[in-house]
Write a protein that binds this ligand. Structure first.
Ligand code: HEM
Length: 150
């Protein structure tokens, strides 16, 4: 199902989709970095409490709203005639990488809650490695929508 009335707005939807995706990605790259630094400070210290505030604000004020806006404008694009080729491999690959991105977002939320309760269960190295996941997913998504290799 597509909506013809959306056609004149396609470029606007694309612009706001890309703007919100940039904000979402900025947060997804930075939050695991904060977890790396958070691991280096003592539980209960002043620095630890400051990291908790930074992590909560980053997730609630930037990452979550930006994710909702990316999804909203992405759905408007899906409903625009001609934006998506449902038979194309690039679209399915983008969707698959997106499932990974949403899952990673969910894990970040859980890790943040663990830190907030002083119950982090992972090492600094773990977060350093986790930090690379959204980068790889983002590269796959952008190559799929821009290059459309298949
Ligand atoms: C949140 C769920 C998302 C949905 C439902 C969605 C959906 C869409 C749709 C339907 C298009 C138009 C396809 C086209 O004709 O080019 C599009 C374009 C685009 N998407 Fe997404 N997307 C989502 C998330 C993302 C993410 C996470 C990224 C980057 C990491 C991304 C990057 C892009 C880019 C760069 C374009 C522009 C391609 C062009 O210039 O035509 N999207 N998206």
């Amino acid at each position: 199902m597509t909506i013809d009335a959306f056609l004149p707005w396609t470029r606007w939807f694309l612009a706001f989709h890309v703007i919100s995706v940039m904000a979402w990605m900025a947060g997804m790259f930075y939050l695991p970095r904060l977890f790396v630094y958070h691991c280096q400070v003592r539980v209960g210290s002043e620095e630890s409490e400051r990291f908790k505030i930074m992590e909560r604000r980053l997730l609630r004020a930037i990452i979550n709203p930006a994710m909702i806006a990316s999804l909203f404008f992405g759905i408007l694009l899906v409903l625009t005639p001609g934006a998506v080729d449902w038979h194309a491999g690039w679209w399915h690959s983008k969707m698959t990488a997106l499932v990974g991105m949403f899952a990673f977002h969910g894990f970040c939320s859980r890790w943040r809650k663990d830190f907030a309760k002083d119950q982090n269960r992972h090492t600094e190295r773990y977060y350093r490695i986790a930090n690379e996941i959204p980068t790889v997913l983002m590269m796959i998504i952008v190559i799929m929508v821009i290059v459309r290799p298949f």
